[in-house]
Structures are given as C-alpha cells and as structure tokens.
Design a protein around this ligand. Structure first.
Ligand SMILES: [Zn+2]
Ligand SMILES: [Zn+2]
Length: 403
C-alpha cells in the first residue's frame, strides 16, 4: 500500500498511504491528514476516534473538563494558566461568600466567566486581528438583551416563587417562569451570534461560531446575574440567609448559569456557522452537527433547570442537579464539536511543512495533523503558520530531536 511521492518543497520524500476511510493519498502516519481517522485502529473506532478528541487529541471525547470544552482553540501550553484562572475564580467566590461582602461577590459572580472568556479570545485571536468589532457586538448585544430580559422575565420568575395556595409546578405562572422565561432567554442569547455571522466577512469556521455564540450568551448572563444579585446590596441577603443558601445562589448565578448558557449557545453557534462539505467521511452521525439538535438540547436543559429553580428543592439537591446538567452539556458540546470538526474538514491537499502547534512535530499542513490528529481548525490562527521547516531536516521529526 505504501508508495513514495515528492513533497511540495525540497525536502526528503514523504511516505504515503491511501486512507481506507476517505480514499485520499495521505502521509503514512498515525492519523489521516484528510479525514482525521486514526490509521492505527480499524473500523468505526478509527473513523470516529472517540478516544481522541479532535480539538485536544490527547483527551477522549467523553471527558468532563470545563477548560478544554469552553476554550477549544487553546494551545497545549495555555491550558494550565486557564485552569489556574478558573480555580482562582472559584476560590474568590468562596472567599467573598465566607466574608459576606456583597459587592465583590456580585462582581466576581457576574464577571468571572465572561472575563476568562475574553482573555481566551485575546489569547487565541479567533477572528485573526478582526476580533474586536465582532466580539464587542456580540458582548454588547448580549448585555442589552440580557438586561431587558432580566427585567421582564425576572418579574415572572418572582411571581412564580411567591408562595400561594394551590400553586404548583404546573400552575400558569410556574409554567411561564419555568418554560417561557428560560426558553425565550435561550433564543435571545442566539441573536448576537446570528448578527455576527452576517457581519463576518471572509472564510468562517465552525469554532468562530462557537466563540460568537458563547460571547453573546456570556454578555446575556452577565447582565442577568447583575440584575438578579444586585438586590443583595440592600436587602442583607448575606446576613439573613444561611451560608449554604448563599453559596448555592452564587454557584447557580456565577458558575452554572454562565457556563451552561455559554456552552449551549456556543454549540448552537458552532453548528449554525459550520459549512459541512459534501465530501463523504466515514465518521457518520452527521445529525449530531445539526443546529436544530443543538437548539433542542439547549432548550431542554434550560427548561429543565427552570423547573428545578422554582421547585423548592433543598440547596444540596439544587446544586447537584445544576452540576449534573453542566456535566451533560459539557459532554454534549464536546461530542458536537468533535463531529463538526470531523465533518467540516474539506482540505485534502498535502501542504507545505509546518510545526504542529499541538504536538510540535514538523508535519505537512493538512486538515488534521498526521502525527497527533488535532483538527487544523481547532488550532488558533496565529499558530497555524509556523514555517520553521528549513531548520529541521525531515518530516515527522520532533522539534527537539533535530538539534
Ligand atoms: Zn482519511
Ligand atoms: Zn500535531
């Protein structure tokens, strides 16, 4: 099966094989550079490669990780600082909740996740230099919609929470609060991403849609969290309510709401922006990449949490349900992203050599790194053009090995 062809530049010849899954002639390596299939395994295990997530191939698809799910473009070395940043955010929430200081607690709850996400956009620059207008449009639209909806929808939720005889989870006001408020909120969160798609010129990629969707949703939840928590400044919530009840509210407003909304809306944006080609891949399950499925999942989770929030559950159960919902959504988002990246890959050419930003091997530029299998589109644009090949005397050579 192996044959030898000349590489496009003046370098040693490159061994190639015909990929059994997409029938393209690709470099003879661990992964198919065209369709991403794992060439060492066989069958669906190889073409779907659930053990090797397309955005972070050293992780399985089914892993609950906030950082590698919310920040798909992050480079290998940037994962740790973002994990530390997220941990610092959680610790700050706990410290301010323990200290009973309302203003910093509200500020950290409202701004923590959105600030981390803006840092991520700054770090990976997904729109290559033109990210500022798109990001700010998404963020400001999200904030505006979130503030408006918190004022209108928040009063409906308050009404449903007031104890009244005969009211249950199926009364009219409860249905409005548990179904209409979160469902309309979720639809409004999608508006910035749809407008950003119309603004964006040039080639767009699915993960740009993820960033736009998540940014709009985080603007929305930022405004909603400030609106929901600002009464704490005057009503003495932190002194009148028990510590556990306050921590529950902080986890719901500062952690669960922004993360779930960002990931659900990011998933919808990713599916909405993706241009899936007609090229046949053997990964199957293309229905998982449909925007309709992503929207349906987001609505089910948001309405489910809407019922949970008004159901007078104990704090521990409430937090438990939110954490389970977050875990389910993380897994669903990763599955969606994995299949979008597998189906979105259109480029079957064997390009000039470059150093892979994920594994630091010198590999030909292709839709997937033939060595580690990372999807080219999950690599931040500034890291895609490392033309250090004249320094290294062969393909597939680890950067350090050539010295
Ligand atoms: Zn292939
Ligand atoms: Zn690589």
């Amino acid at each position: 099966m192996s044959e030898m062809t000349s590489s496009p530049v003046d370098l040693p010849v490159l061994a190639t094989v015909v990929c059994p899954y997409c029938a393209v002639v690709v470099p003879d390596s661990r992964f198919c550079g065209a369709c991403g299939a794992h060439l060492v395994h066989s069958g669906l295990r190889a073409s779907q490669r659930l053990h090797s997530y397309a955005a972070f191939p050293d992780e399985p698809v089914f892993r609950i990780s906030v950082v590698t799910s919310l920040f798909p473009h992050l480079s290998h070395r940037a994962k740790a600082p973002f994990r530390v940043g997220f941990a610092v955010f959680l610790v700050l929430l706990l410290i301010f909740a323990l200290a009973g200081t309302a203003a910093p607690l509200i500020a950290v709850s409202a701004l923590g996740v959105p600030l981390l996400f803006l840092l991520y956009i700054w770090e990976v620059d997904p729109y290559e230099g033109s990210f500022l207008p798109t990001t700010f449009v998404c963020l400001l639209l999200g904030v505006g919609l979130g503030a408006g909806w918190a004022i209108i929808g928040g009063s409906e939720v308050d009404k449903a929470l007031l104890p009244s005889l005969g009211s249950g989870l199926t009364s009219g006001s409860s249905l409005v609060a548990a179904v209409a408020v979160p469902a309309i909120g979720q639809l409004l969160m999608c508006v910035p991403m749809i407008i950003a798609r119309r603004m964006q010129r040039g080639p767009v990629e699915s993960l740009d849609g993820f960033v736009a969707g998540a940014t709009g949703a985080l603007g929305f939840t930022l405004a909603a969290t400030i609106d929901l928590m600002s009464p704490w400044l005057s009503n003495g919530q932190l002194t009148h309510e028990g510590f556990l009840s306050n921590v529950t509210q902080v986890i719901l407003r500062g952690v669960s709401l922004p993360l779930i909304s960002a990931m659900a809306t990011g998933f919808i944006g990713m599916a909405f922006w993706a241009k899936l080609g007609g090229r046949a891949t053997s990964a199957r399950a293309k229905w998982l990449t449909s925007p309709g499925i992503a929207l349906l999942l987001a609505l089910i989770v948001q309405v489910g949490l809407g019922f949970t929030d008004i159901a007078a559950l104990s704090d521990a159960v409430l937090v438990g349900i939110h954490i389970v919902a977050l875990g389910v959504l993380i897994l669903a988002t990763r599955v969606g992203m994995h299949y979008v990246l597998l189906h979105e890959a259109l480029d079957v050419t064997i390009g000039a050599p470059r150093v892979c930003a994920n594994c630091t091997h010198l590999v030909p530029t292709m839709a997937f790194c033939p060595q580690c299998g990372v999807a080219g589109r999950a690599v931040a644009r500034p890291h895609r053009h490392h033309a250090t090949w004249p320094l290294i005397d062969g393909f597939m050579t680890p950067q350090g090995d050539s010295t």
